[in-house]
Design a protein around this ligand. Structure first.
Ligand code: PLP
Ligand code: COI
Length: 340
C-alpha cells in the first residue's frame, strides 16, 4: 500500500475524514466486540445524555512512524487509564485497557496510508471518545454507550510548533475546585471556548487559567499543561486537583529527572512569582512542547527566555521527548506500543 498524497509538512491541526473508524456499543451491561466502519457520522437518540447533560469523555494520542518504517503509539495504556477514571467520574462504563489499545491498533492499521512518514514532523492523531446514548430525558446515567476511535494526520496545534507563543491569563475559570477539571470531559472545553476567543482576539495563542479557589496560582493552558524551568534549573509544574493529569507532563517529569538529573517539582506556581522561571512551556499530546514566550497578566507581558527563540532546556527536553516518541531515543520500559 502507498501513503496518501498529502503535503505532510504543511498539515495543521485540522479535521480530515480518513477511511476507517472503530465503533463499539454498550448495552445491558456489556460491550460488543466492536468493528471498523467507513461512515464518519453517528445516528443516536435525540435523548442521548451526551447531547443534554455532557455525559461524554474523550482522549487524544498519536501514532508515529519510526525511521525503520514501523508504526508505534506513545503510552496508550495511560490514555486508557485516564478514560477509565473519567468514566468513573461521569458514571459511564469503563473501556478496558485491552479494548482501548486494540481499537487504536485497528484504526491505525486500517488507516496506515494516513500515518505521516518519518521525518515529516506530522503525526497521526487518534481521538477516542465515550458517549452516553439511548432514549432518556431525566438527569441520570444513560442506558447505552458508544465507544469510538477515529484518526487524522496532523501538524502542530499551536502555530509555529517550536516557535514561542504568548498566552494571556484569563479572568474566567476552567474548572471548579472539586468539579471535573481532572477528567477529560467535553464540558471543560465548552466552557473554555469563550475565554479562548477573548485571548485569540487580543492576539494570544490561548489563555492560562488560575486556580478557581484563590486565583493566585497557575492551573494550566486551555489545551495543555504548564511547566517552568527555574533559574536554578529545576523542572516545575503545577500540582492541583482541578487540572488534567497530562501524560506528556508526567513523561517530561520523568525525562527531566531520569535522563537529565534535573530537580523536578510538582507544586504551587504563583502567578505573581513568574520571575523564578528562566523558561516556560505548554505541554500536551497536541501541543507536544510549545515554548511560552510571555504571559500577559495585570496589564503587562512577562517574558521568559525570549519571544522568538526557544530556551536551551526546553529544547533539550523537546528533542528527547520527541526522540522517544519516534523511536530515535531509547524509551523507558513500557512507554512504546508497536502497532506493526
Ligand atoms: N490539559 C488539557 C486541558 C488538555 O486538553 C490536554 C490534552 O490532552 C492536556 C492538558 C495534555 O494532556 P496529554 O499530555 O495527556 O495530552
Ligand atoms: C490533546 O492534546 O490530545 C488534546 O486533547 C488537546 C486538545 C486538542 C483538546
Amino acid at each position: 500500500m502507498k501513503k496518501a498524497a498529502l503535503d505532510w509538512g504543511k498539515l495543521s491541526f485540522s479535521y480530515m475524514n480518513t477511511d476507517y473508524r472503530y465503533i463499539s456499543h454498550w448495552k445491558d451491561g456489556a460491550w460488543d466486540s466492536g468493528k471498523l466502519v467507513t461512515e464518519n457520522t453517528l445516528t443516536i437518540s435525540e435523548g442521548s445524555t451526551a447531547l443534554h447533560y455532557g455525559q461524554q469523555a474523550f482522549e487524544g494520542l498519536k501514532a508515529y512512524t519510526r525511521k525503520d518504517g514501523r508504526t508505534q503509539l506513545f503510552r496508550p495504556d495511560r490514555n486508557a487509564a485516564r478514560m477509565q477514571s473519567t468514566a468513573d467520574r461521569l458514571l459511564m462504563p469503563r473501556v478496558s485497557t485491552e479494548k482501548f489499545v486494540d481499537a487504536c491498533d485497528q484504526v491505525v492499521k486500517a488507516n496506515w496510508k494516513y500515518v505521516p512518514p518519518y521525518g515529516t514532523g506530522a503525526t497521526l492523531y487518534l481521538r477516542p471518545f465515550l458517549i452516553g446514548v439511548g432514549d432518556n430525558i431525566g438527569v441520570r446515567a444513560a442506558p447505552e454507550y458508544i465507544f469510538g476511535v477515529f484518526c487524522m494526520p496532523v501538524g502542530p496545534y499551536f502555530k509555529g510548533g517550536m516557535t514561542p507563543v504568548n498566552f494571556m491569563v484569563s479572568t474566567w475559570d476552567r474548572a471548579a475546585p472539586r468539579g471535573t477539571g481532572a477528567a477529560k470531559v467535553g464540558g471543560n472545553y465548552a466552557g473554555s471556548l469563550m475565554p479562548h476567543e477573548e485571548a485569540a482576539h487580543k492576539g494570544y495563542a490561548d489563555c492560562i487559567y488560575l486556580d478557581p479557589a484563590t486565583h493566585t496560582k497557575i492551573e494550566e493552558v486551555g489545551a495543555a499543561n504548564f511547566f517552568g524551568i527555574t533559574k536554578a534549573g529545576a523542572f516545575v509544574t503545577p500540582l492541583s486537583p482541578s487540572i488534567l493529569p497530562s501524560i506528556t507532563k508526567y513523561s517530561l517529569l520523568y525525562v527531566a529527572g531520569e535522563y537529565f538529573k534535573m530537580k523536578t517539582e510538582e507544586r504551587d506556581v504563583f502567578i505573581d512569582n513568574l520571575d523564578e522561571f528562566a523558561e516556560a512551556g505548554a505541554c500536551g499530546t497536541a501541543a507536544v512542547i510549545t515554548p511560552i514566550g510571555g504571559i500577559f497578566h495585570n496589564g503587562k507581558l512577562h517574558v521568559f527566555h525570549s519571544e522568538t527563540e526557544v530556551g536551551p532546556v526546553t529544547k533539550k527536553l523537546y528533542d528527547t521527548l520527541v526522540g522517544i516518541q519516534y523511536g530515535d531515543v531509547e524509551a523507558p520500559e513500557g512507554w512504546i506500543h508497536f502497532v506493526d
